[in-house]
Design a protein. Structure first.
Lengths: 887, 109
């Protein structure tokens, strides 16, 4: 006995063993452990024996020994959960229709939610990939003139040098010219060794330092030197693969627009811009040694460069903005004073600078004039809100149906309570059940998302993919399952678990009618949301058709734009004549400028002759167009005459629009002389026509002057048979330009594209409205079925006593119609306000009128009645004997 | 019946110990014959697994003072266990015939 006592192994070993080891394993395992300890102790002493013992104990930490083998300690717990799941499964199968409505509504809601989440995530991810994203800023020029505030991204050419010279906080500064300007924009492109031209878009001018600021990954060439040489050009990987497959094209020569006197040399190939970058270019042309005209690089007259800066770490952008005011005082205002411009005082007073973090460019550029496509943070939030609402609607269905069907579960609850279940257990049970439902729904919803994502992409203009392989997807989906399960299940579980067993088993339960008020409120909520979304969709479509059908002041129908005609050179005139010979062609005109945003623009300042030092100038577009332009595009002259080739002095003639005449204060404009950097004689006035998106400003001032060349030739076709006309046009083109495939678009399509985002918003609204009303109807259908079932006896008795089909149908539907009416009343002011806000973005807009609301209301009403009537008719025509027999 | 290499050794040891095959005894025999010392946990794991597979039977008994009064679990080889050993051996022989210059010192009879 003493012997054994002395060789007792340390107690913690046993404790560890008992903690993880199953009961049935522990006896022999412990015996063996003790015996081994005894042996090592005798041979090697206490210390080694203790260590060995610990190692041995831990070595038993294996599946065979673990507690779950036992099944005795927590068996109640797992068995009950297994039982809960089994009951949930049986209920699912027993009430197939209700289960389908619950799960289907949920899955749809979740799919909508997931898609929108992916959308929102993508919008929020813009420009977060730059290594120095917190130190990169875009410099914005802010003019706070009370009458005409504005923000712009353009600066004079010297800006980058000035930024670097005067501000040690700035590590790097690089300029970008992103808009259609000289070679920036689009070009006919060919490697020197090729003969055929290809049309390419996405050209921009950039400084070498811009590449370094953005740290664009290079595939070939060196990031530090890619654009340092004059006339160098950087291609994206996509384009390099297209023209130089499987080779390093650095050093190859590129010809743009057939201009062999000005070749470009490839300085590098960069990685394509990711989809979530606000900059999307395929070609960067260097700004090294570029001077667009004599003295351009040192003159502070002309604002064409967008500067990006990289600041040193720990620089406060607000401080730096203060310091930047030096540029205003020493350069901008100084230049204005030197040239005697009246604007100098305004600039001194109102000009300031804002450093926009690069990651804000996508979503927070409201009111900044640049040509980069932007998202809108308000739209992002709006969509997120809509997603939440649709999910909420689905949750409401779940709550509604669960409480409505409570009568069916009441006996079960009563029995469980009698058998000893606590209320907590029942709550657990119903939560388990709702999590079970939400798990099925989330899986279905994820699959649905995956299937529907291509359609969603088509509507939203994105290219989202479901990130199956990302590590965070599974945990997030699991989180969603639990969260939604709890949100949807919390009310039913408390409600159902509160039943008093005696009442229930006696049959005294008021069949779930207690919560009918709450159910009513939920239906109202669902339909309010649906009506608002439907109204939204209607208004968006109405605005869209308003824009597309508005009298524009020009005729966009049946105009074909032939692109890339700048390469025609001297052959332009013969080509135009060739086209005019075709019977289908009514008129042709060459120009770069079109009344569609995104085409070329040239902003100038005009004065009456000789008043440029005295008056504030009138900002106006100046468009170079040929003599046939006005007729080809169907604009109308209100005074004066068109340009003429016969009149030599027409090279200084200008045709202005009515707005410009008014702004310049010209009462009888024809014959007046006006000036920008030279003098022009007004020969005509053209009626105002829209040349920018109606989303933006009112019609601006515009002067047309005579040019002879253009990258586009517009062709007015006078036949409905566009296809044959195009065939003839192509034939003529091929005669003139055999090496350049013809490329054309239609003016009306280009015009419609201007409003693509409006259309997109409309489509998204419609999709969401359809989803919302569908989910709401699912719920309503379930509720009506429940109601009909509840009142079966009542209906049977009414029928026996002589009630007509009509009376019973009314009785059953009237309740629901009341709810719909209430939601209609609630929806009107909310929808009115929301759409008012949306329409305020447009300068030219349709009116909000009552008929939209009436229409939306009637539509919802009809849909709701149809939904409800199925079950109501079934109840009304049922044989009353069947309903009463069981009593 | 698929058994692993270590399991095969355990079966052999249990078989050769006869009536007296329990955890510690098996462990010591394995150490004596193979020079390897499996941890007691690994050994128990294998024993339970083999019992699940039907290669071993077990019975309890024989507490001693070294064991703190805890009973031993004695294992005996079942017919299935014997077959498993034979199977494993056959596979080994079949392979060995295909390897040139390998002589296991056994002649197939």
């Amino acid at each position: 006995m003493n012997n054994r006592k002395r060789y007792q192994p340390p107690r913690y070993g046993d404790r560890i063993l008992r903690w993880f080891c199953a009961e049935e394993v522990i006896e022999t395992l412990q015996g063996d452990l003790h015996e081994l300890y005894y042996k090592t102790r005798k041979e090697k002493g206490k210390l080694l024996a203790d260590l060995q013992y610990l190692v041995d104990v831990l070595s038993a930490f294996r599946p065979f020994a673990l507690k779950r083998r036992s099944g005795s300690i927590n068996s109640n717990f797992t068995t009950m959960y297994r039982n809960y799941l089994k009951i949930a499964g049986r209920n699912l199968i027993k009430y197939k229709m209700y289960s389908m409505i619950k799960i289907g509504g949920f899955a749809i809601g979740i799919a909508a939610c997931l898609m929108i989440s992916l959308f929102v995530k993508h919008e929020l991810s813009y420009d977060k990939h730059h290594a120095n994203k917190d130190r990169i800023y875009r410099v914005i020029n802010v003019m706070d003139i009370p009458s005409d505030p504005g923000k712009g991204t353009a600066f004079p050419a010297q800006i980058a040098q000035v930024l670097k010279d005067h501000f040690p906080e700035i590590e790097k500064a690089g300029r970008l010219i992103p808009y259609d300007w000289y070679y920036a924009g689009d070009n006919q492109f060919r490697p020197e060794s090729h003969v055929r031209n290809n049309y390419e878009k996405g050209f921009a001018y950039a400084d070498q330092e811009l590449l370094e600021i953005l740290e664009i990954p290079m595939i070939y060439g060196d990031l530090k030197h890619a654009l340092t040489e004059p006339n160098s050009i950087v291609l994206s990987k996509k384009k390099a693969d297209k023209y130089f497959p499987n080779e390093d094209p650095v050093g190859q020569t590129i010809i743009l627009n057939e201009d062999e006197s000005h070749p470009f040399v490839i300085g590098g190939v960069m990685e394509d811009f990711p989809a979530n970058s606000h900059l999307q270019f395929d070609f960067f042309i260097t700004l090294t040694d570029v001077e667009f005209w004599q003295g351009e690089q040192t003159n502070w007259c002309c604002w064409n460069y967008n500067p990006y800066i990289l600041v040193r770490p720990d620089v406060d952008p607000l401080d730096l903005e203060e310091k930047l005011l030096l540029i205003r005082d020493d350069y901008i205002v100084a230049h204005l004073r030197k040239t005697g411009n009246q604007f100098a005082d305004d600039a001194q007073k109102y000009n300031s600078f804002y450093l926009q973090p690069v990651k804000d460019v996508r979503l927070y550029s409201e009111g900044i004039h640049d040509i980069i496509p932007h998202g809108d943070i308000r739209i992002v939030w709006l969509f997120a809100a809509i997603a939440t609402f649709i999910l909420l609607l689905a949750c409401i269905n779940f709550v509604n149906l669960s409480t409505a069907k409570s009568a069916n579960r009441a006996k079960e609850v009563g029995l469980r309570k009698v058998a000893g279940s606590f209320r907590g257990h029942l709550i657990q049970q119903f939560l388990t059940e709702s999590i079970f439902f939400s798990a099925i729904s989330v899986v279905l919803g994820a699959l649905l998302t995956w299937i529907l994502l291509p359609y969603f992409n088509a509507i939203s203009g994105k290219s989202l993919v479901f990130p199956w392989s990302e590590w965070w997807v599974a945990p997030i989906l699991a989180g969603i399952i639990v969260l939604i399960g709890i949100i949807a299940g919390i009310y039913p579980s408390f409600y159902l678990s509160a039943f008093n067993p005696i009442d229930v088993i006696k049959g005294n339960l008021s069949h779930g009618s207690k919560s009918s008020k709450l159910r009513g409120a939920m239906v109202i909520f669902q339909f309010t949301t649906s009506i608002i979304l439907i109204v939204g969709a209607f208004i968006v479509y109405r605005q869209m058709s308003f824009i597309l059908n508005k009298k524009l002041g020009f005729d966009k129908e049946q105009v074909v734009l032939i692109h890339g005609t700048n390469t025609l050179g001297d052959k332009l005139k013969p080509f135009k004549n060739g086209l005019l010979q075709l019977s289908e062609v009514q008129n042709t005109a060459a120009s770069n400028y079109f009344p569609v945003s995104g085409t070329k623009r040239d902003q100038n300042e005009f004065w009456k002759e000789g008043r440029n030092k005295l008056d504030k100038g009138v900002g106006a577009q100046i468009w170079w167009v040929d003599q046939d332009y006005i007729n080809t595009l169907g604009m109308k002259l209100s005074e004066g005459r068109l340009f003429s080739e016969e009149i030599a002095s027409d090279s200084s003639a200008i045709i202005i629009n009515q707005t410009m005449a008014r702004k310049l204060g010209l009462d009888s404009p024809v014959g007046e002389r006006i000036m920008n950097w030279r003098t022009w004689t007004v020969v005509g006035v053209v009626e105002d026509f829209h040349f920018e998106s109606m989303k933006g400003d009112l019609i601006g001032s515009l002067g047309l002057v005579r040019g002879t060349h253009g990258s586009f030739i517009s062709v007015k076709v006078n036949t409905q048979n566009i296809a044959s006309a195009l065939e003839s046009i192509t034939k003529v083109w091929d005669e003139f330009m055999p090496n350049q495939p013809i490329r054309y678009t239609f003016l009306d399509e280009t015009y419609a594209r201007m409003y693509e985002d409006v259309k997109r918003t409309g489509n998204l609204f419609t999709s969401f409205a359809v989803l919302a009303i569908f989910v709401a109807c699912l719920g309503l259908f379930g509720l009506s079925a429940f109601m009909a079932e509840q009142r079966r006896k009542e209906i049977s008795i009414r029928k026996v006593l002589g009630a007509s089909f009509k009376a019973i149908f009314q009785l059953l539907t009237l309740n629901f119609l009341k709810l719909i009416l209430v939601s209609f009343v609630i929806a009107i002011p909310i929808g009115w306000y929301m759409m008012q806000v949306w329409l305020d973005d447009f300068k030219y807009r349709t009116n909000l009128s009552w008929d939209v609301f009436v229409f939306a209301g009637i539509m919802v009403l009809i849909i709701a009645v149809l939904t409800v009537s199925f079950e109501c008719i079934k109840a009304a025509v049922a044989n009353p004997a069947n309903g009463l027999r069981s009593e | 019946m698929k058994i692993g290499a270590f399991e095969e050794l355990v079966l052999l040891a249990v078989g050769s110990l006869g009536e007296n095959a329990y955890g510690v005894a098996v462990k010591e025999l394995l150490k004596e014959k193979t020079g390897r010392t499996p941890s007691i946990g690994a050994l128990h794991s294998a024993l339970y697994r083999l019992e699940d597979k039907g290669c071993l039977n077990s019975s309890e008994g024989g507490a001693t003072s070294e064991r703190g009064g805890r009973r031993k679990k004695f294992y005996t080889l079942t017919a299935a266990g014997k077959n498993a050993i034979i199977d494993a051996n056959r596979i080994r022989l079949q392979f060995s015939k295909n390897i040139e210059g390998l002589n296991l010192g056994l002649d197939e009879s």
